[in-house]
Design a protein around this ligand. Structure first.
Ligand code: CIZ
Length: 309
């Protein structure tokens, strides 16, 4: 029915966005049609920072649940809604707050660093937050006499450990199912076929230790966007979720991108559709709201990271 009134879903979303004073944020892994109409595209941290700067009253966050929670923590005065409340994150679900409390009891001197891919309840138990572009920097500032407990991504933790010179780091055994299936053998094959190409890699990749030496750059999605923009090279092999192609191609029409795996698709990220965006804006729900007490505790580790960035 709405399509009859508006002509298209894009038009409906555009009208509702104005009516609701909403800003639409799309993570770099979203479907192309969502990235196309978003006000901002980026990684989760950049999106929350952009949202905090706008005078929008409503944030429509097209990403996964922990990202919308981060927006609620950093933008407490705005209403945060999502197109599909079931868009979760397998990696974030691999650690629970009670497990962190138990781990801290076993390592009372430990400093807990959490990847941004964690729930607000987990962040509230942690000392520092990090993203995949600043994990090494964050780990390096922790005093040498303190043991580091890193959650939840084992591969990002391995990367931070290898590049910070910190041997006293204990790693949680979590992983991202979308990144864990990317294979070194495929990267080697693609590099042999495209000898001029640069290879850029996300540190969540399961083949990180075996492929690290092949990479020209290991970074977050936002780091990849920046690296490709600044590189004089014309061809890139990319190891992360396929949604990143939209941004890379849009920003660099003269460059070619080859995915290390065409099957690296996050089904949670792809749960959002234009129909669900329109419905969320119409009904101003489903809402993601982190309770003020929890948000206050969770904000501490995020603010420590921002102060170091
Ligand atoms: O922080 C993000 O957005 C994540 C989880 C990945 C990335 O590299 O953009």
């Amino acid at each position: 029915m709405s399509e009859k009134i508006y002509g298209s879903l894009e038009e409906e979303i555009s009208v509702l966005r104005k009516k609701r004073h909403a800003v639409i944020l799309a993570h770099n892994y979203q479907n192309d049609e969502i990235q196309q109409l978003a006000d901002f595209t980026g990684d989760s941290l950049r999106l929350c920072q952009e949202a905090a700067k706008t005078d929008a009253e409503v944030i429509l966050f097209c990403g996964v649940h922990f990202m919308a929670e981060t927006a609620s923590i950093l933008c407490p005065d705005k209403k945060v809604i999502v197109p599909d409340i079931d868009a979760g994150c397998s990696l974030a679900d691999m650690v629970r707050p009670e497990e962190i409390r138990q781990w801290k009891q076993q390592h009372p001197q430990g400093v807990v660093v959490c990847y941004i891919n964690t729930s607000a309840a987990v962040k509230a138990e942690c000392d520092y937050c990090c993203t995949s572009s600043n994990a090494v920097r964050i780990v390096k500032v922790i005093p040498k006499n303190k043991e580091i407990l890193f959650v939840p991504d084992f591969f990002l933790g391995t990367y931070a450990k290898a590049n910070s010179g910190r041997d006293d780091m204990s790693l949680w055994r979590g992983y991202c199912p979308t990144h864990v299936m990317i294979q070194t053998s495929e990267i080697e094959r693609l590099k042999a076929e495209h000898p001029q190409a640069e290879f850029i890699m996300h540190p969540e990749c399961g083949c990180l230790t075996k492929s690290m030496h092949l990479a020209d750059k290991i970074t977050s999605t936002e780091g990849m966007v920046k690296y490709v923009r600044e590189s004089p090279k014309k061809e890139f092999i990319v190891a992360t979720e396929v949604g990143i192609l939209y941004r890379l191609r849009k920003d660099n029409p003269d460059k070619t991108f080859i995915m290390a795996s065409e099957h690296s698709i996050c089904s949670y990220m792809k749960m959002h559709t234009l129909e669900k965006l329109a419905l969320a804006l119409e009904n101003l729900q489903p809402e993601v709201k982190v309770a003020p007490d929890l948000a206050k505790k969770a904000r501490v580790c995020i603010e420590r990271m921002l102060a170091l960035s």
